[in-house]
Design a protein. Structure first.
Length: 137
């Protein structure tokens, strides 16, 4: 469970991709907080309404990348996208691929441009959706 003052799409998606099941804003009332803890303990999610709206917006924006754009990715870019999808930060991707963090940043920028996405969180959501729609990829 994450209790935060941040309402932005990017932080919410990053938290969810990192494994957060509940996302509440700082102004959540004590009674709502108790209910959220109970729901989370049962394995359910608890999202503040503004956080839920931000999640829906972020997911709708993440559909910008197209299948044909994926074909334009180089093999190494596809590999970096796969590692982003797996939740790895640039430093870990650099280590796994035996390249510099600067090289990874350049590849991420290229991926974002080719897929017409604004940030790596959208790239992760795009890759996740692609994997969900095409199991085994």
């Amino acid at each position: 469970m994450l209790l935060t003052r941040h309402e932005g799409d990017e932080r919410l998606i990053e938290a969810m991709l990192a494994g957060a099941t509940s996302y509440l804003l700082k102004g959540t009332s004590p009674s709502e907080l108790v209910l959220a803890f109970e729901r989370t303990a049962r394995g359910e999610s608890a999202l503040h309404p503004r956080a839920a709206a931000a999640m829906v917006h972020a997911l709708s924006v993440s559909t910008a990348g197209s299948e044909s754009a994926v074909d334009a990715l180089t093999g190494r870019e596809a590999e970096v996208l796969h590692l982003i999808d797996a939740g790895f930060p640039n430093a870990v991707i650099a280590q796994r691929l035996a390249v510099s963090k600067k090289t990874v940043k350049n590849r991420v920028s290229s991926i974002l441009a080719k897929l017409q996405l604004a940030h790596r969180t959208q790239a992760a959501v795009f890759a996740w959706r692609r994997r969900m729609s095409r199991p085994g990829l």
